[in-house]
Design a protein around this ligand. Structure first.
Ligand code: DC
Length: 226
């Protein structure tokens, strides 16, 4: 790969398909910036929840994002997300924020603001971005577009195990699965920039693939292009 060439890799797909794990490894391997766009929607949801605003209330959430300040910083190769100056990285992974993020992501005013930030980052450096609409809307000219999927059972199992590892034991497998089903439906049925596979994206079903296999496959695809 020509290391001087600016590239952008879009990784889209439903919750639990492995996007962030894979994107982080690709970014390390290629020494390019990783941008977790879901963290931005999560930060908007956190702000709403903290102010007791219903995350489905489009009017109130739109007002809320008018003067929101979301910044992404990379510290020790890790993405940290700042909401109005506060590092909220460790507060945005709760089930309540996950559902809230999916709700606020339906609202066009929210998306327009987040996409502006995402495109600005991609205009400055090589990136691997994960999300729902990166290949279809945020970066339609991305160097490579990947659409990662996996069965609902496998995705729920991965998220459930992740939670156990973090010490979260009060959320059952069924609850995790139902949250994912809710978000799948919400994310793919919204009118503006829904979760969808771009026509020119390569779909990878990771149900029976391990992390190394997925990373090798994507690195091979990048080699072929760059
Ligand atoms: O990737 P994630 O699970 O952290 O994303 C949380 C929610 O944010 C997801 O359910 C939908 C929304 N989202 C989005 O609409 N567009 C993106 N590019 C990223 C996330």
């Amino acid at each position: 790969m020509d290391s001087n060439k600016k590239i952008s890799i879009a990784i889209d797909g439903p919750a639990g398909a492995g996007k962030s794990t894979i994107a982080k490894l690709i970014s390390k391997k290629l020494k390019i910036v990783y941008l977790d766009t879901g963290a931005m929607y999560r930060s908007v949801a956190l702000k709403a929840i903290r102010q007791n605003i219903d995350t489905q209330d489009a009017k109130k959430v739109s007002d809320l994002v008018k003067d929101i300040n979301i910044e992404v910083k990379h510290i020790n190769e890790e993405q940290r997300i700042y909401l109005d100056g506060e590092d909220v990285t460790d507060f945005i992974r709760t089930p309540e924020v996950s559902i809230g993020a999916s709700n606020v992501a339906v609202i066009p005013e929210v998306r327009i603001k987040m996409v502006e930030l995402q495109r600005d980052i991609a205009s400055k450096c090589s990136v691997v971005m994960d999300g729902r609409d990166i290949g279809t809307y945020v970066l339609p000219n991305a160097t490579l577009k990947i659409f990662l999927t996996a069965s609902i059972e496998e995705r729920a199992k991965r998220r459930y195990n992740e939670q156990l590892l973090k010490g979260i034991t009060n959320v059952s497998y069924e609850e995790v699965k139902n949250d994912i089903l809710y978000r799948d439906k919400n994310d793919s049925s919204r009118a503006f920039a829904p979760l969808a596979k771009a026509e020119d994206a390569i779909e990878l079903d990771t149900t029976n693939m391990n992390i190394d296999e997925v990373v090798s496959k994507i690195l091979g695809l990048i080699e072929d292009i760059c």
